[in-house]
Design a protein around this ligand. Structure first.
Ligand SMILES: [Zn+2]
Length: 245
């Protein structure tokens, strides 16, 4: 598979976007470039929410899950503050053991119905990615998001007898996938790049425990500069844009 941007990537028209829900498996998943776009959107008044499916409690080898979960959730809250995300929800599915299934789809679908986003953003569910074999939780999360978008708009799925929150259908019009084969680029300002770098830096304990990790500024800047080149701007995030409605 060729993940190099082949020629020029069209710019995604985000002028009509009002609300975006980002659904990922772990704390830090949004912070490898995607949070630059979040910062860019937030600065334009677009409402962005994060839904994390786990608290990443099994992500630090030297720290037991009971301590790592709350710590990583706190680091994610700081990362969200930096890029202007006020709405952060963290579900309690088990980190590293995320399973596809109706329970996962239902929780995501109900959250979509509550948050009412026009756009959902998630990470690639491909097995092979430019950075190696994709983590099982990312693969499961991505596919569950695709299915939950459909579920959220089906009046016969995941309803309760009462018309309570999370039962009313909601149609998401666009799915954006980061880390897949890009169809579009979203240019971001230098300020948004700096905020994205800081948002990755907020995962302090997590990054400190990794054996090798490039400095956040180097890593995030290089990811965004690479797509920027293909989009004729200094920095941009590459996304696969999939029309859902
Ligand atoms: Zn992850």
């Amino acid at each position: 598979m060729d993940f190099e941007p082949a020629g020029q990537l069209p710019i995604l028209d985000d002028s009509a976007i009002k609300r975006v829900l980002c659904v990922v498996a772990h704390p830090d998943d949004m912070e490898y470039g995607a949070s630059a776009v979040v910062a860019e959107w937030a600065s334009k008044g677009i409402e962005v929410g994060y839904l994390l499916l786990t608290s990443g409690e099994a992500g630090i080898r030297s720290l037991a899950p009971a301590a790592a979960g709350p710590l990583r959730a706190e680091e994610q809250r700081r990362a969200c503050e930096i890029v202007g995300v006020a709405d952060l929800a963290i579900l309690d599915f088990p980190d590293g053991l995320l399973e596809p299934g109706l329970a996962l789809r239902e929780r995501i679908a109900r959250h979509i119905r509550r948050f009412k986003p026009d756009v959902v953003m998630t990470m690639t569910w491909d097995l092979e990615t430019p950075w190696g074999i994709n983590h099982v939780d990312h693969r499961v999360a991505g596919l569950a998001v695709v299915d939950a978008i459909r579920d959220a708009d089906n009046p016969w799925l995941f309803r309760t007898q009462r018309t309570d929150e999370g039962s009313e259908t909601w149609a998401v019009s666009l799915l954006l996938v980061a880390g897949s084969q890009d169809t579009h680029a979203i240019p971001v300002s230098k300020q948004s790049v700096d905020l994205a770098v800081a948002s990755l830096g907020a995962h302090e304990a997590y990054l400190a425990a990794l054996p090798i990790h490039p400095p956040p500024d180097e890593l995030v800047t290089s990811i965004l500069a690479r797509t920027g080149k293909a989009a004729r701007s200094d920095h941009a995030l590459g996304v696969r844009s999939i029309r859902m409605g």
